[in-house]
Design a protein around this ligand. Structure first.
Ligand SMILES: [Zn+2]
Length: 206
């Protein structure tokens, strides 16, 4: 998981096609479907509700998201495994969001797998959106979502433009978490150094 401070989270991601071969740094080239499966697994393992490709180090316009039954948010200590509560999961390539209800909703708490441990209410999100996207078979689709799912789609689409949820809150919030964010940035630097060392070894055939 790429963490706050990683430059890949700040890049504008590039469009992709369903039949592209993608190379996640540190891995062999994979199909879009393989990458999507890995992203869904990673998301479930981390008890997330969405994950964008830049969060695994891949600057392409793709995200996965999930809608759970009963509680839409993660529910720690849940006896039933998270995956058995999945109502629908989504894999979206080149998603384009259109706001269909401009009314802003600030009620849900928002967090991000790339900014672990930080959750904040008050991120203003449109109450309903329409998303046009391409699915894994290369078929164009359109879906409408409201409330929590609309928020998830907006959060993930932001990732494709290098925007994080903290950017949408007053600067004081980022300031309040200065210590925590510095610690996450430090972890991110360590990870990137390890990854670079690993890549050098791989290229040298060690
Ligand atoms: Zn996020």
């Amino acid at each position: 998981m790429r963490l706050y401070g990683d430059p890949v989270l700040r890049r504008k991601a590039k469009p992709l096609q369903a039949n592209d071969l993608l190379t996640v740094p540190g891995f062999e080239p994979q199909t879009v479907r393989q990458v999507a499966d890995t992203m869904l697994e990673t998301m479930f393992e981390a008890h997330g509700v969405g994950l964008a490709a830049p969060q695994i180090g891949l600057p392409v316009r793709m995200f996965v998201a999930v809608e759970y039954e009963d509680d839409e948010e993660e529910n720690e200590g849940q006896e039933k495994p998270l995956k058995s509560r999945v109502l629908r999961d989504f894999v979206m390539l080149n998603p384009v969001l259109k706001v269909i209800d401009k009314k802003k909703d600030r009620s849900y708490q928002e967090g991000c797998l790339s900014i672990p441990g930080i959750y904040e209410e008050g991120v203003p999100r449109a109450r309903a959106v329409q998303v046009s996207y391409t699915d894994l078979d290369g078929v164009s689709r359109v879906i409408e979502a409201d409330d929590f799912l609309a928020r998830v789609f907006q959060h993930e689409a932001d990732h494709l433009d290098g925007v994080l949820f903290l950017d949408r809150l007053p600067a004081e919030v980022t300031e309040d978490y200065r210590k925590e964010l510095l610690a996450i940035q430090q972890k991110s630097r360590t990870f990137l150094n390890d990854l670079a060392a690993h890549e050098r070894q791989r290229k040298a055939g060690l």
